[in-house]
Design a protein around this ligand. Structure first.
Ligand code: FAD
Length: 286
């Protein structure tokens, strides 16, 4: 099943993202997590990729194959092209094909001093073109409601999405954000620029203090006052913060679905309890 078809069939596509554990000894735990998440019947599950293939533990391909074949849920394997040449990419595609994985999130990967940008694939759209040339895959892409940090402006970043649209990328999945206004503004801008690809909104529930600094630094998401107020109120109470973070994400998602958003992509941090609680709070709308 190509996930692009889901966006034609459903009002709102619900997906969950997972990441490979650092050590292969955590494989059984991960598979238990995936089984629990599968009981929520997400429309697809995505698996992140360490830029340059540096996972150390279980590979993205193996996990995506498990989701696709054992759990019978469409799997979306992330793939980056930073530091990769055409042969490496073709090997990756052959492995995914053999594993029965037919959906790929084509990404460039972050700038990294140890991994020079690829000459053959300087941008994600070039990787998407290569994947589609090989055939047999649906290709999704990333987008940034507050603009990609390297782009000169949000408008410039949105205009660059035309490269993904021309490369037949569909759907797009957003970077996480905490303020829906950014997402609505971004969508308006996209549609004005005639970028018509369906977009899933990426939402990450913040449920502990460790997550806060790291997530915000990595995503450069801005923080609306109601979010900072929530953190200030609960930062010394782990249980309170957990519940408040889940509730914040539920309210964000409910507003997005009620506004007609094409899809919700849940960054559940490999935590099935988080995924279940959020799902409980939104399932009447899905
Ligand atoms: P690109 O689309 O190449 O964009 C990068 C920059 O170049 C942007 O500023 C864009 O405006 C500009 N640009 C794009 N195309 C062109 C063009 N043709 N000409 C000129 N400029 C252009 N990273 C990982 O390492 N592993 C993961 O699993 C992973 N998963 C992610 C999932 C999602 C949903 C998102 C949003 C990000 C993910 N990332 C992941 C991070 C991602 O790799 C970085 O944000 C990276 O810096 C950009 O990747 P991209 O695919 O958006 O790149």
């Amino acid at each position: 099943m190509f996930i692009s078809h889901l966006y034609k069939q459903k009002d709102c596509v619900f997906s969950i993202e997972v990441f490979p554990p650092k050590q292969s000894t955590n494989k059984e735990k991960l598979y238990d997590t995936l089984k629990e998440m599968a009981t929520l019947h997400p429309d697809f599950m995505s698996v992140t990729y360490g830029a340059g293939g540096s996972n150390g533990g279980i590979s993205t391909c193996e996990i995506a194959g498990y989701i696709q074949n054992q759990l019978e849920i469409p799997a979306l394997a992330h793939l980056t092209c930073v530091g990769a040449d055409r042969n490496t990419i073709r090997e990756n595609l052959a492995q995914l094909h053999t594993a029965g994985v037919h959906n790929i999130l084509a990404l460039r990967g972050d700038a990294n001093p140890n991994l020079p940008f690829s000459k053959e694939f300087p941008h994600a759209s070039h990787l998407a073109e290569e994947i589609l040339k090989q055939g047999g895959f649906c290709v999704a892409g990333a987008c940034y409601p507050e603009g990609h940090p390297e782009a000169a402006s949000l408008v410039q970043d949105v205009e660059n999405l035309v490269y993904k649209q021309n490369a037949q990328v569909s759907p797009l999945i957003t970077q996480l954000f905490f303020d829906n206004l950014h997402f609505y503004r971004f969508l308006n801008l996209m549609r004005k620029k005639n970028i018509t690809i369906p977009v899933s909104a990426g939402i990450m529930p913040i449920v502990n203090t460790r997550q806060i600094e790291r997530t915000i630094k990595l995503s450069s998401a801005s923080l609306p006052p109601q979010f900072t107020k929530m953190i200030a109120r609960w930062q010394d109470d782990p249980n309170g913060l957990f519940e408040a973070g889940i509730e914040y994400a539920i309210q964000q998602i409910r507003d997005l679905i009620q506004s007609g958003t094409d899809g919700i992509h849940l960054y559940a941090m490999n935590n099935p309890t988080v995924a279940k609680k959020v799902h409980e709070g939104i399932q009447d709308l899905l």
